[in-house]
Design a protein around this ligand. Structure first.
Ligand SMILES: NC(=O)c1ccc[n+]([C@@H]2O[C@H](COP(=O)([O-])OP(=O)(O)OC[C@H]3O[C@@H](n4cnc5c(N)ncnc54)[C@H](O)[C@@H]3O)[C@@H](O)[C@H]2O)c1
Length: 441
């Protein structure tokens, strides 16, 4: 039975420290956005928390408060920021290199951006081949490096007078790592840290340090990171929220909107070809086949999960799904994605849809960082430790409990998120049944 009484949520008092791993395009676009919003220079478009409303009760009740008024969430004014990056540029320099925002949006807040200087990172080129870092920690073992991260976390919290912290991974995509024995249990994981086992990537050290310090961890990249039995168990034992993986922003977001349409109408699919050109640093990192493999796995799983070929073999038993990312510097952060979808209808007659998405990657990702930081903190205050499946809405490869298949359909994810907010606040779930409005015998 689900407990429908209002959950106890610790008050949203004091300052929330948001620590970003990686101070690149996404992170600086997020930081510049929050500061612009705080100064009334821009609007937080794309943030469900800042722009969204939530319907409560019956349609005829006309109760639809803003989400930020309904649930106790930290206000943008109460956020403080820190970051780690192997590149020593402060947020101002990094935003200029990223080339996402125009000078008119960077210059008025230059001082704020300059004040965010990255702490030395735990970085190893073995895991991100196309980057060279100089602002890097050194330590005898991976364990020792993670202990330094713990110290950074504690020091940041006390220096900035924060009441609570959250960590969001906005750093590069690491090479593909298959889950193995080192990730099976916390004991094996910690032994592997002491042995500096290659199965322990830098991102896992940040995640472990966060959990040790009781800090929620959200993973915006497709790396394995916190999605292992060892760290999942650790997070639920410690009652610390975790979520991931890989911000759902561009082509995959469109995919998780269109594919449920085919399935809802029982239309078949024979092929889906997706290609992108992208010229930012993320594109450069993904040009390395090992990092691309991590991204590819994250992007490919979506159709399989939504379309359930084993349940509908006639419709989805034979799909050719291809995903390509091509590094093309002139395009910068303004990615262009093409999708060619071959589908079929009545008696198998073929049809096509073509999508040409001219998007701005970091503009789409920045509000997700914001929502994830605030919702992860809400989850922590509501004592929801472990995997936050209700935050699947934000991810390409949503984490789910061991025996569960993840939910990919954007609108089911959206309903799940809002119903979780209603459940937290002791409000009725909305099922969209609707019979209550009609006078049936
Ligand atoms: N923008 C989007 O729409 C989107 C969508 C999904 C996922 N992502 C992921 O978000 C991440 C960030 O994207 P971006 O465009 O900002 O990339 P970016 O290359 O501009 O920034 C990444 C930053 O991470 C730093 N970094 C690398 N390894 C690190 C480490 N071990 N510790 C600390 N910092 C480290 C890099 O030096 C770089 O400054 C990437 O993994 C990307 O795949 C982005």
């Amino acid at each position: 039975m689900i407990d429908t009484s209002r959950r106890e949520i610790a008050p949203v008092e004091g300052r929330l420290g948001v620590l970003l791993v990686g101070l690149g395009a996404v992170a600086t676009t997020y930081l510049a956005g929050v500061e612009s919003v705080r100064r009334g220079l821009g609007k937080p478009i794309g943030s469900l928390i800042e722009m969204g409303t939530i319907r409560l009760g019956k349609r005829t009740d006309e109760r639809a408060p803003a989400i930020r008024d309904f649930v106790p969430l930290t206000k943008p004014e109460d956020l403080v920021f820190g970051a780690w990056d192997p590149i020593p540029d402060d947020a101002y320099q990094s935003a200029k290199v990223a080339g996402v925002l125009a000078a008119e949006h960077i210059e008025p807040i230059a001082e704020f951006l300059q004040s965010i200087k990255p702490m030395p990172a735990v970085f190893d080129q073995e895991y991100v081949k196309r980057l060279t870092g100089t602002n890097v920690k050194s330590g005898e073992t991976k364990w020792a490096l993670a202990e330094q991260l713990r110290e950074d976390i504690r020091e940041f919290k006390s220096r900035n007078g924060c009441d609570r912290l959250v960590i969001v991974w906005c750093a590069s995509t690491e090479v593909f790592i298959k889950q193995g024995p080192a990730h099976e249990s916390l004991a094996a994981f910690e032994q592997a840290m002491r042995d500096s086992d290659p199965a322990i990537a830098p991102s896992m050290l940040y995640a472990w340090a966060a959990l040790q310090e009781g800090v929620p961890f959200a993973n915006g990249a497709p790396n394995l990171t916190v999605d292992t039995p060892a760290l999942q168990q650790f997070a639920s034992d410690r009652s610390v929220p975790i979520c991931g993986k890989d911000f759902k922003t561009g082509q995959t977001m469109v995919k998780t909107v269109l594919s449920p349409m085919f399935k809802a109408r029982m239309l078949g699919l024979s092929g889906w070809y997706s290609t992108n050109i992208l010229g930012n640093r993320d594109g450069e990192v993904l040009d390395d086949p090992a990092s691309f493999k991590t991204k590819e796995e994250s992007k490919l799983g979506v159709l399989e999960h939504i379309l359930q070929p084993s349940v509908y073999p006639d419709l989805y038993g034979d799909i050719y799904h291809k995903v390509r990312i091509n590094y093309y510097p002139p395009r910068g952060d303004n990615k262009e994605g093409w999708d060619n979808i071959d589908f079929f209808g009545w008696l198998g007659y073929p049809m096509q849809i073509k999508v040409n998405f001219l998007c701005r990657d970091s503009i789409l990702a920045a509000p997700l960082v914001h929502d994830l930081a605030l919702f992860s903190d809400l989850a922590q205050r509501a004592k929801l430790g472990g995997i936050q499946e209700w935050l699947s809405f934000y991810f390409k490869s949503p984490m789910a409990g061991r025996s569960l298949t993840p939910e990919h359909d954007l609108f089911i994810q959206h309903t799940k998120l809002k119903n979780t907010l209603r459940w937290l606040m002791g409000e009725e779930q909305i099922t969209h049944l609707g019979v209550e409005y009609y006078d049936y015998e």
